[in-house]
Design a protein around this ligand. Structure first.
Ligand code: CP
Ligand code: NVA
Length: 298
């Protein structure tokens, strides 16, 4: 049976370890590997929102696995002119061997995956960004040697965003101690009662025992109309040297990128030695290759 990756709820802890193991191998052997599980396969990459990392890492990833990546601008597809998601899913299933999609509605992606007979990978919706979290967790594993309850991580900013939601699911999956520093209550229900996820209104309190500080833009794609209010309410939640110094002495800085220096993160933290954001961005490629090989390479 085909398997999708729409949120981190779709993978078990064992499968996460399998993804880490394959991603690490593909990373080590990138220049010498003859592993081509997507040979003869075409993967559609549907984008309704802007992207740098996701688009490039998936296109390169499909090619490196021997497959044919097809970039599809959703605004130029007939789904933008009233063709149903179900009809689109049926048609694409006749041509392609997998779909990677970045769009607005998470429910729309769920419907696409329900109807499609080929695997679907969520490359970001308004609600979730699982591929980003897989890369983040691989990066944490590289730096800390493990991803479990011994890791303290704090997310600052929009606690109701796709990144915050995905971090909650990552904490639920792995046991990482997650604090969400945000003025508005995050969707804690996603944690399913897990005691390792907490909401902190006080940005200084959230920094206690933190190994990894994490933030994201204050205005996510699709939220532009709310820009003014967001710039006001998230201002106290900037990750800067003062906040950073309250974490553990060897704490690291993570950001899914793109970053806005002077908004969610100060330039000195973003560009400091503790910032591992480009290792994190690189890991998108390796981890997504692992996911595609496992879901689409059969
Ligand atoms: N982090 C991330 O998904 O980046 P892009 O929006 O550039 O793809
Ligand atoms: N929360 C951001 C993430 C970008 C990778 C957005 O949705 O725009």
């Amino acid at each position: 049976m085909k398997k999708d990756l729409l949120t981190l709820r779709d993978i078990t802890r064992d499968e996460l370890e399998q993804i880490f193991e394959l991603a690490a191998k593909l990373k080590r052997e990138r220049n010498t590997s003859d592993f081509k599980p997507l040979a003869g396969k075409s993967i559609g990459l549907i984008f309704a929102k802007s992207s740098t990392r996701t688009r490039v890492s998936f296109e390169v990833g499909v090619s490196e696995l021997g497959g044919n990546p097809l970039y599809l601008d959703q605004s130029k597809m007939q789904v933008g002119r009233g063709e149903t998601v179900a009809d689109t899913a049926n048609v694409l299933s006749r041509y392609l061997h997998g779909i990677v999609i970045r769009t607005f509605s998470h429910a729309g992606v769920e419907e696409l995956a329900r109807v499609a007979t080929i695997p679907v990978i969520n490359a970001l919706t308004d609600d979730f960004h699982p591929c980003q979290l897989l890369a983040d967790m691989l990066t944490i594993k590289e730096y800390s040697g493990k991803v479990d309850g011994s890791i303290g991580i704090a997310f600052y900013g929009d606690g109701r965003s796709n990144m915050a939601n995905s971090l909650i699911l990552a904490a639920k999956l792995t046991g990482m101690q997650l604090a969400i520093a945000s003025p508005e209550r995050p969707n804690l229900e996603l944690a399913g009662g897990a005691s390792n996820v907490r909401w902190e209104k006080d940005p200084e309190a959230a920094a206690k025992d933190v190994d990894y500080f994490y933030t994201d833009v204050w205005v996510s794609m699709g939220c532009e109309e709310d820009r003014e209010r967001r710039m006001q309410i998230f201002r106290p939640y900037q990750i800067n040297q003062k906040i950073f110094s309250l974490g553990k002495s060897n704490a690291k800085f993570l950001h899914c990128l793109p970053a806005h220096r002077g908004e969610e993160v100060s330039a000195d933290v973003m560009d400091s030695k503790a910032s591992i954001v480009f290792d994190e961005a690189e890991n998108r490629l390796h981890v997504q290759k692992a996911v595609m090989a496992l879901l689409m390479g059969k």
